[in-house]
Design a binder for this molecule. Structure first.
Ligand SMILES: CCN[C@H]1CN(CCOCC)S(=O)(=O)c2sc(S(N)(=O)=O)cc21
Ligand SMILES: [Zn+2]
Length: 261
């Protein structure tokens, strides 16, 4: 069966049983209180070099829908901001709700968004493999983008139109030529703090960079994410993939830093 999930029996409230770091000092997500954030004028802008990025495939991993990238060289990296060196783009995925009123992982002054996009990058300067970076305190950098419902998103349909091909856990489809830069809001004002993966194994290896402005997607586009299922095609159970988000975790004295571009 599943080692963990988002249900009553296997969800975030019991993850600590198999992953004790769930109760650690730098867990994610968090509630972002904009008034608590300190401004650090020395913090520069985030720089994304995605022009040479190479998307490979889109997959349903039983927890989310993931787009994987070629990460054997520095063709697509994030740098600047709080990052000491460039981090390589590895994959991006989403978290969403069963209804628009919730679905994001980070919240802002207690408010949830309908969904959250995570672009996962790893520190290939210091670590030889992604796996090694995923367990190191400065190993990963995840760029978080909020999704809010409104008008159709011009480019998101490139993803939502192929979701039916990855309905079941374990399904994979070729997905080439997609540049996630088209999913970013115009301004990259951000908050940053030291945290963790928001799913097991919950490694405390993530420098979080959460962008303040949401992108706008339509309810119709968002509803297509809910046609995915957590379960495999061979299983008789069809459990709709939704509410695959972890609630905010205690800040435990961490500093939240804000950068206005
Ligand atoms: C379902 C498992 N999700 C994991 C899988 N990876 C970590 C484990 O890998 C070790 C080889 S990951 O680094 O790709 C990653 S990033 C995020 S999040 N939501 O915090 O952006 C979760 C996960
Ligand atoms: Zn995520």
């Amino acid at each position: 069966g599943n080692p963990w999930g988002y249900g009553k029996q296997d969800g975030p409230s019991v993850w600590h049983k198999n992953y004790p770091v769930a109760e650690g000092d730098r867990q994610s997500p968090i509630d972002i209180d904009p008034h608590q954030a300190s401004h650090d004028p020395s913090l520069g802008p985030i720089v994304l070099n995605y022009d040479k990025c190479t998307s490979i495939k889109i997959a349903n991993n039983g927890h989310s829908v993931v787009v994987e990238f070629e990460d054997s060289d520095d063709r697509s990296v994030i740098q600047g901001g709080p990052l000491g060196n460039p981090y390589r783009l590895k994959q991006f995925h989403f978290h969403w709700g069963g209804k628009d009123c919730h679905g994001s992982e980070h919240t802002v002054a207690g408010n949830s968004y309908a969904s959250e996009l995570h672009l996962v990058h790893w520190n290939a300067v210091k670590y030889k493999t992604f796996e090694e970076a995923a367990t190191a305190p400065d190993g990963l950098a995840v760029l978080g983008i909020f999704l809010e419902t409104g008008d159709d998103h011009r480019w998101l349909h490139t993803i939502t139109d192929v979701l039916y091909t990855v309905k079941f856990k374990g399904s994979v489809t070729d997905f080439k030529g997609f540049n996630p830069k088209c999913l970013l809001p115009s301004s990259l004002h951000y908050w940053t703090y030291l945290g963790s993966l928001t799913t097991p194994p919950l490694h405390e290896s993530v420098t979080w960079i959460v962008v303040k402005d949401p992108i706008i997607v339509s309810e119709k586009q968002l509803s297509k994410f809910r046609t995915l299922v957590f379960t495999g095609e061979e299983e008789d159970q069809r459990t709709r993939m939704e509410n695959n988000f972890r609630p905010p975790q205690p800040l435990k004295g961490r500093k939240l830093i804000s950068r206005r571009v």
